[in-house]
Design a protein around this ligand. Structure first.
Ligand code: FMN
Length: 232
């Protein structure tokens, strides 16, 4: 497909593409879920580049079981927005205790709620799919299908970050596989595994909140944590 952008769009695209030379560490440290997005369109050239970079991720046997449905059609976006809204009360119930006790999470929740209420305004939803069913067993195969799509999805998020686009990894609209397939017109042998809403951000990037690194490191055996209390 040829791109035939206006001169203003060409400028936007060129500026965004320059962002891809951002230091990797800066992209990794500042990439975070940006749920509040502007309704303005995202040029196709940027979407294509993001997906091209997503494809570079490791995947089982290089079988490339990933596929990306770029959803711009208002009716399809609305259908996913409806699913997101339907799933929302269940997720809120799941997090009810944390919402009462964790003020930081309550702030995250405000963004989740914003996204629920403005879902239809988000200009593009990239649905990361496996181009096959997820087999219930053997475990290695089952995990292998997910693990062949999620690294690519992380690449997509990093590319969005470097391009100056807002994005997030969300699964709430996919709570019903049957309904998600129907909303997107997916055949039964295609499995949607994540939705990445993309747009120009309203909020700012990073930093992210994570545990001190020593808390998640173990040396040689579980529970031996010589790095506890250490951070870079
Ligand atoms: C498996 C998975 C499912 C997620 N589902 C949702 C979701 O449905 N809605 C949402 O707003 N965020 C979702 N997220 C994003 C996380 O909430 C987010 O990554 C986490 O709170 C850390 O925030 P940060 O990425 O901004 O640092 C999901 C992330 C993962 C990995």
């Amino acid at each position: 497909m040829d791109f035939d952008p206006s001169s203003a769009e060409t400028e936007t695209v060129e500026l965004a593409l320059k962002g891809l030379s951002m230091p990797l560490v800066e992209a990794m440290e500042s990439q975070r879920a940006i749920r509040r997005l502007q309704p303005d369109p995202v040029p196709d050239e940027l979407l294509v580049r993001m997906i091209e970079l997503a494809q570079k991720a490791p995947n089982g046997g290089n079988e490339q079981w990933f596929a990306f449905v770029v959803v711009k059609d208002p009716a399809a976006r609305a259908a996913l927005g409806r699913l997101n809204r339907l799933g929302y009360p269940g997720l809120k119930l799941y997090y009810r205790q944390r919402l009462r006790t964790d003020p930081k999470f309550a702030r995250t929740w405000a963004a989740i709620e914003w996204q629920k209420d403005h879902f239809e305004e988000i200009p593009v939803l990239i649905v990361a799919c496996a181009n096959r069913r997820v087999p219930p067993w053997p475990r290695l195969m089952n995990a292998g299908v997910y693990a062949s799509v999620y690294p690519a999805t992380q690449n997509l998020l990093l590319a969005a970050r470097a391009l100056g686009l807002g994005a997030a990894f969300i699964t709430l609209p996919l709570w019903s596989l049957r309904r998600a397939r129907k909303a997107l017109g997916l055949p039964g042998n295609v499995t949607p595994l994540a939705v990445v809403p993309v747009g120009w951000p309203r909020g700012r990037y990073g930093p992210t909140t994570r545990k001190p690194v020593g808390e998640v490191m173990h040396l040689d055996r579980w529970g031996n944590q010589p790095w506890a209390g250490v951070s870079s």
